[in-house]
Ligand binder design. Structure first.
Ligand code: ZN
Length: 213
């Protein structure tokens, strides 16, 4: 896990972008690719004990809380225009995706169950058993979307880009790299500070019994 120094000259920036690891945004037969990072456990150069702990933690949803939060914050930072998501079999790669947000179109929202609806007038909630009222939304409810069909800088002619555009792209990719680093570190920290313990849980089960009538 090494951090490359920030490139300065135009040539350095072009080299940085051109040499960055890339991965398909959808699948290998779709031509679109984007900036990416391999996060397969055996590629993280861990000692044997940490590595086996990491493999165990793959089954624990909680182990990914901070990992996912780091990726989510990246999306928020870029107003969802850029997002990071896992791709590849078993999600072994983090990939930079294009995306955005749009008005979900909802007009009202229940003040009790909080379910948004397309009803335009304030009226009693239609969810059975909910006594709430549908209130007009004062701001749009944003719906976030990703565009996995679009690659980033596939066949980009970096040489013809101006300095400012190149610099902006480098800053974005540096942020991508640092976010991936932070996400992986969050998962590793969890794996190093937890161990798997088997716990027996009682499961409620419905059975049929005959009762005398
Ligand atoms: Zn309701």
């Amino acid at each position: 896990m090494s951090r490359t120094p920030s490139p300065r000259s135009k040539l350095e920036m072009i080299e940085f972008l051109k040499n960055h690891f890339r991965y398909p945004t959808m699948n290998s037969w779709n031509r679109a690719t984007s900036y990416a990072r391999n996060i397969k456990i055996h590629r993280l150069r861990l000692d044997r004990e940490t590595e086996s702990r990491c493999f165990e933690m793959l089954e624990i949803a909680e182990a990914f809380d901070d990992f996912s939060a780091a990726l989510h914050e990246f999306g928020v930072r870029h107003d969802y225009e850029w997002q990071i998501s896992q791709n590849g079999r078993s999600g072994g790669y983090l990939v930079l995706y294009r995306g955005g947000k749009k008005d979900s179109g909802y007009k009202t929202r229940c003040d009790t169950c909080l379910i948004p609806t397309w009803y335009e007038t304030e009226e009693p909630c239609h969810v059975s058993g909910c006594g709430g009222t549908l209130k007009r939304l004062t701001a749009p409810l944003w719906q976030v979307y990703m565009q996995p069909g679009l690659g980033t800088d596939d066949d980009q002619d970096f040489e013809s880009m101006n300095y400012e555009d190149l610099r902006k792209r480098v800053i974005l990719i540096k942020d991508f790299d640092e976010t991936c680093e932070r996400a992986v570190k969050a998962f590793l920290d969890f794996a190093k500070s937890h161990q798997i313990k088997e716990q027996e849980i009682k499961v409620a089960k419905t059975v049929k019994v005959a009762v005398e009538i």
